[in-house]
Every structure is written in C-alpha cells, then in structure tokens.
Ligand binder design. Structure first.
Ligand SMILES: [Zn+2]
Ligand SMILES: [Zn+2]
Length: 504
C-alpha cells in the first residue's frame, strides 16, 4: 500500500483562499474550525467531490450520465486521492422493501457488480449476448479455410414512401458504396431492381481469406458497423451468413438489450423492480380461506363470512340471495357442494353481479377509513408475486448472471453460501473499481457470518427479524464498511450519539 499523502494545491472552493495542504492516508484527519471557516468546503465540496468524480469516471460513459456527479471543485491540483465511496447513512427504515441486503448496503454494491460484470443471456434462445467488436469478428473469420470468399455487408433501410430509390442510390454513392449484395450475387447500384426487401445489404468489402488481412477486415468491419447502425453481415461462400452486432444484441433472435445501469439491479428502483409487486416480492390479495373459512356452511348460514348471515341484514347478503335465486344456485346446501362454475360466479362476479372480488375492489377505494382498513386486513393475506416469483425483479435484470447466478438467486442464498460465491468471483485484472466494490460485499458478508447470522438470506425482510438479529445486522454493516483504500468523509460523525457511545 502506497503511503503518499493526498496533496491539495490552491483550493478555492466557496470561501477557501488558495489553500495548499497535505492529508496523510490511512489515518483519521479531523478538520475543525468555527462555523463558516470553510470546513465543509474543504471536506465535502473539494475532497469528496473530487474523489466521487474519479470514482464515477471508472464507469462506462453511458452509465456515467445516470450517476450522481459532483461539480469539479475549484482547485489547482489534487494528487493521490483514492476513490471516494458515498453511502448515505440514513436510518435503516424498516419498510417492507427493506431486507438484510438493503440494511447492510450489500445490495448497493451487488447492483454495481452486476452492472459492471454481469453477463447477459438472451431471453429467447438463452445464449450469451456479447457485444462484438471488429476484433471479435476477425477472430471468427480467421478460422475460415484459406481461399474462402468473404463479403462484408451492412444493412441499409429499404427506400420507403418518403425516400425514392434514386435518393438511396445517391446517398450510398456519396459515401463511396456502389454495390449491394442480393440473393447470393453482387450487383452494382445501376443493376439493382428494388423489390420487396425490407433492408438492403450494402457491400462494404469483398475479399478472399488467406493473405495477412487482419487490418483490412477490421477496417471494413469498423466501417460496416458505422454505416449499418452497429450491425453487419458476413457472407461466406454461397450460403453461409454470419451476423454481428456491436450493441448488446442477440443477432440470432434480433433482440436488442439496453446497456445495463446499476439501478436495473435494484428492486428499490422503478427501473429494476417487478411492475406487478413494485419490488415487494409479494402481493396482497383477498384470501379465500379467510373469507370462506367453513365450507360446510351454506350461503344462508353465512358461508361468506364478511357478509354475515341473514340476521345481520347486510346489503351484500341480500344481493347474494337475489343473485342466487336468479341463477338457481342453492343457498341451503354446504358451500363446498356448489359446482365450480357457481362458486366462480359468487367469488369473481358476473357482468351484472359484483361478487366477492368486486366487493373487495370497492372497499379498496375506501381505505382512507380506519374501520375499512381493519376490515380488509382480516380477509387479505400476502402471496408470493406470481410475476417475479418473489425475486422482486423485472425480467431483464434476471437475464444477467455473475458466474452461474442471477441477482435473484444470489439474494435467495444464505449469507454463508453468498459469501462462498463472492469470494470465488473473479474480477478482470486492472478493474480496480470492481475489486473495491467486491471487497465491500465480501467484508459485509464476512461480518454477518462472524456475528452468527450465516443462516439469514439477503432477501429476508427486515421486519421479520428478531430484535437481536436486527442489532447484529447493524453491527455487521458498521464493521463491514471499515474498508481500506477508500476515502470516508464524515460530517460531525458524533451527532446523535450518546456520550457513553462516542468512544467506540
Ligand atoms: Zn437469442
Ligand atoms: Zn413481483
């Protein structure tokens, strides 16, 4: 570990007056001073802003535009600054979306790992989707037997109503392309008789394999990608067609995928959360076993519990009796002896009758009344969301895998298993940011195990934990964040602490 200090030269942020200073690493440095003397301007607006900026720089340009980015601080130079990782130390609010993973912030880091290192598998054919570079294409083509004829083409939209054939020919001609590939033949633009094709294949290059043609192929492919919107085809011999795509696209199934953002892997974000359960993993629905607890009762005897029997004179009970008379449904035999269709009509309703479901839907609109909420809670229960199977995620994030596992599978494993998995995970060499993030995950998992919580799963709901478990989770996440090589900037960290605890 290097021990050079952080050097700041000429800091002029806010009210700072060209400050020069050095801050030693691997130590706690305290900045004190009277109010308004520029403590925060130095610590946050200069030091933290620069560290954060450099951390964000390690992401792809596309991902960067969605990340919080602080303004470049007013300073002549800052040297030797480690990446600063910002974690809001908000109170761990125990909402129903809060899990062991979110409480320990493990999910904040795991989502970064999936966005950076996750491997996409096509939702249709299940094959790996790899963005193809010209170099990839070359690696494939160089395996062809010497002497094979190879034609590189790029797709170009077929002239539509607004654009004439002449215009397309002129456009292509002005870019230096004069030939197209059609039905196994190369045609000049003059020879070309447009028919019903939806796209045309414009020839970017034609060559025979064999000579050292690495550069030429890479060039032609690069050019094809540029004019073909990131797509090319390579035709080998008479029949063989190889499709390549520069974006995240399964060329086989013609499905395009978005570049993954970190929040795609967060069930607390609308980008990643299952739309049906909004990231809760479960849905609340009316529970038939609670509504009709005793199926040996007849409808007259009050089989539908929320509607009571004839004595309570509920309007819904009267409506039910009227409906049964019209539909010729017996009201004096046990509910369980009714036919499937009859039960379904009573539960789901018909076009002219609201049924149990319609009744509860109407109640849903009245939940501002306390007694309605109490009433509802007696007849509803949670069920695993059938769309995401309780993983809380949309389909797309679950197409990505780290090693063998999707993010949903990782969260369903217990701490012990998750720890084994992440410890074995390989980060590409030189990917310093991923290594740091992985270390954060591993630290927290190790501490969770050390405090005896190896049996918990990361997707375990916080509010189902015992008091003792909650305390130990909190302890593990505090210990886990003591990472080396990261710049921590804390503002008055002892605020809100009991004097008795401040020494810890
Ligand atoms: Zn596919
Ligand atoms: Zn769901």
């Amino acid at each position: 570990m290097h021990n050079h200090p952080i050097k700041i030269k000429g800091a002029r942020q806010n009210n700072l007056k060209g400050l020069d200073l050095e801050i030693p690493l691997n130590q706690i440095t305290v900045v004190t001073g009277v109010s308004g003397s520029g403590k925060s301007s130095l610590a946050f607006d200069t030091l933290y802003a620069e560290g954060q900026r450099r951390y964000v720089e390690t992401f792809s340009p596309y991902a960067r535009q969605f990340m919080e980015r602080m303004d470049r601080p007013q300073v002549d130079a800052i040297e030797g600054i480690p990446p600063a990782i910002a974690i809001d130390r908000k109170d761990p609010v125990r909402t129903s979306r809060s899990t062991v993973g979110t409480m320990t912030e493990i999910t904040d880091y795991v989502k970064l790992l999936y966005a950076r290192l996750g491997q996409l598998y096509c939702k249709k054919c299940g094959k790996r989707v790899v963005p193809e570079t010209p170099e990839h294409v070359w690696q494939k083509l160089k395996k062809l037997p010497a002497g094979s004829e190879v034609i590189v083409t790029f797709p170009y939209p077929y002239p539509n109503a607004g654009v004439s054939v002449e215009q397309v020919c002129m456009e292509l001609g002005s870019m230096g392309f004069t030939r197209i590939y059609h039905n196994g033949r190369i045609l000049s633009l003059e020879e070309w008789q447009p028919r019903k094709e939806r796209t045309i294949h414009v020839v970017a290059d034609r060559l025979r394999m064999g000579r050292p043609d690495h550069l030429r192929i890479v060039d032609s492919v690069e050019q094809g990608f540029r004019f073909g919107g990131g797509k090319i085809d390579v035709w080998v011999g008479d029949k063989k067609r190889l499709s390549f795509s520069r974006g995240l696209e399964c060329a086989r199934c013609n499905i395009t995928y978005h570049t993954p953002l970190p929040n795609l892997f967060s069930f607390n974000s609308p980008i990643g959360a299952c739309e049906t359960c909004r990231g809760f993993g479960r849905n609340i629905d009316i529970d038939q076993d609670l509504i009709i607890p005793d199926t040996s009762l007849s409808l007259e005897q009050g089989a539908i519990k929320p509607w009571g029997d004839g004595q309570k004179l509920r309007m819904e009970f009267g409506d039910l009796m009227d409906f049964c008379r019209k539909e010729k449904i017996s009201t004096d035999i046990p509910f369980r002896q009714l036919t499937k269709t009859q039960k379904k009509k009573i539960i789901d309703g018909t076009s002219s009758y609201y049924g149990i479901r319609g009744f509860f839907q109407w109640l849903e609109t009245k939940t501002y009344k306390m007694h309605v909420r109490v009433f509802l809670s007696r007849y509803r229960s949670y069920t695993i969301c059938h769309d995401c199977n309780g993983t809380r995620f949309k389909e797309e994030p679950l197409l990505y895998r780290l090693g063998k596992y999707t993010i949903g599978q990782v969260y369903a494993m217990n701490v012990q298993e998750t720890g084994d998995f992440f410890r074995a995970l390989k980060v590409p060499p030189k990917d310093e940011a991923s290594r740091l993030v992985l270390e954060e995950v591993n630290n927290r998992l190790r501490y969770l195990k050390d405090v005896g919580l190896g049996y918990l799963t990361l997707d375990r709901q916080s509010r189902t934990l015992s008091g003792g478990e909650v305390q130990r989770v909190a302890l593990a996440s505090a210990l886990g964040s003591s990472l080396v090589s990261t710049l921590y900037v804390l503002d008055e960290p002892s605020i809100g602490l009991h004097p008795r605890d401040s020494h810890r």
